[in-house]
Write a new protein. Structure first.
Length: 239
């Protein structure tokens, strides 16, 4: 049967443990509610805001020394710089969509005075303002040069009007018209040159709702050259 530890020795061991704990650096740590946020942006939203919450679960104050976003489309800031033990805080993220569409991911790096670095991430699901069935039409060298069509549809609920289409090469003729029985849907008809081999950038101008300013979209039309003939093998020298 093990001998009991004398009380004076137990006291000395407890004091030694307390001194050792005091000699170690006090802990500080940010515990995050989540490290990834996902949010939708409708076609009419130009920007969005999301928040990453955290708590200082350590036993000493902690300071945020840096918050860095990976794109100039994003601004990320802490609500304050220093947090006491048990105190909550937030990183506020403002995102500007620009001309982005679909799923967009962006990382944010947060550094603290304890040397730790945390990467947060947000995912924006951005509704496309305009959907094309194709933005590129072409004709091969052996294909008949007949008109081809592109269809585009504005997001639901957006009152849009096409105001003009310009071709960078006048040999490519383009016309547009609304699709009967639909709202916000249009068809572009592109007629290529009869024989020329070239490409054209189609600039599509449109206006939303009551806005006076026009915006632009682009598409491409191209006539392709005939494929190069295969190289002929070199003639063998005559004996």
């Amino acid at each position: 049967m093990p001998r009991p530890v004398p009380a004076p020795l137990r006291l000395r061991l407890a004091l030694a443990a307390a001194c050792l704990a005091a000699a170690l650096p006090a802990g500080a740590a940010l515990t995050w509610d989540t490290r990834e946020q996902r949010f939708p942006l409708s076609a009419e939203q130009a920007e969005a805001r999301t928040v990453f919450g955290f708590t200082n679960t350590g036993n000493r104050p902690i300071a945020i020394t840096g918050v860095h976003a990976g794109c100039n489309c994003t601004t990320a800031t802490a609500t304050k710089s220093s947090y006491a033990p048990g105190e909550r805080g937030e990183i506020v993220v403002d995102f500007r969509r620009g001309n982005r569409e679909g799923e967009y991911r962006q990382g944010i790096t947060v550094t603290t005075d304890d040397g730790a670095s945390t990467t947060l991430q947000f995912v924006a699901d951005i509704e496309a303002l305009v959907r094309f069935d194709t933005r590129y039409v072409f004709w091969t060298a052996t294909e008949e040069r007949i008109p081809k069509r592109m269809h585009l549809t504005f997001a639901a609920g957006r009152r849009a009007a096409l105001t003009g289409v310009r071709s960078s090469d006048p040999q490519f003729r383009v016309a547009f018209a609304p699709v009967a029985g639909t709202e916000g849907a249009f068809v572009l008809t592109v007629t290529p040159p009869a024989t020329a081999t070239n490409f054209s950038v189609l600039t599509i101008r449109y206006r939303l709702g009551e806005a006076e300013a026009e915006s632009e979209l682009s598409a491409v039309a191209r006539t392709l050259p005939a494929p190069a003939a295969p190289a002929q093998p070199a003639a063998k020298p005559q004996p």
